[in-house]
Structure formats: C-alpha cells, structure tokens
Design a protein around this ligand. Sequence first.
Ligand code: FES
Length: 90
Amino acid sequence: MKKIPPPDEPMYQRKIPYLIKAAEGEPLAICRCGHSKRAPLCDGSHVEQPGNDTPLAYTPERDETLYVCGCGGSKSMPWCDGKHEECPWW
Ligand code: FES
C-alpha cells in the first residue's frame, strides 16, 4: 500500500485516539478544525482557519471516557471510529 502523508493539522499527528475522562454535567468544547494547541479540546484556533470549523459542544449525561480521533481518518469526527488501524499514512 502506498504511504500518503498524514493530515497536516497538528491534532491529527497520532496513531491513536485522545482519551478524555469526562464528568457528568461538565460541558466540553471538542476541536473539529484540527488546529487546537490544547487538543482534543478547542482553544479558539478555528476562527483563524479557512472554513471556521466550530467545536462540538458536548455535555456528558454521566461520567464517561471519550475517544476523540487523533489520526484524522475517522468518518465520525470528532470521535474515534477505529479507522486509525487502517489509516494509509501510518
Ligand atoms: S484515532 Fe482516528 S479513527 Fe481512531
């Protein structure tokens, strides 16, 4: 299989997802532009990016572990869908 370069967004330079230990009722803003320096949480970088891809506002209904894509290959952004196992750039 031909290797292609990974997406150039800083958030998507991993072969594995980010894990967030989320607490019930605590609101989160999850980056969807890929340029946050606080990945996987939003740092406001989307306002300077083409497309202005706003963060996902998410408030857990219970304590849970969230898996946020770190490879850029998920079809269910911003969530990991297991595609990092098949990403052609890794
Ligand atoms: S880290 Fe991207 S699909 Fe899992």
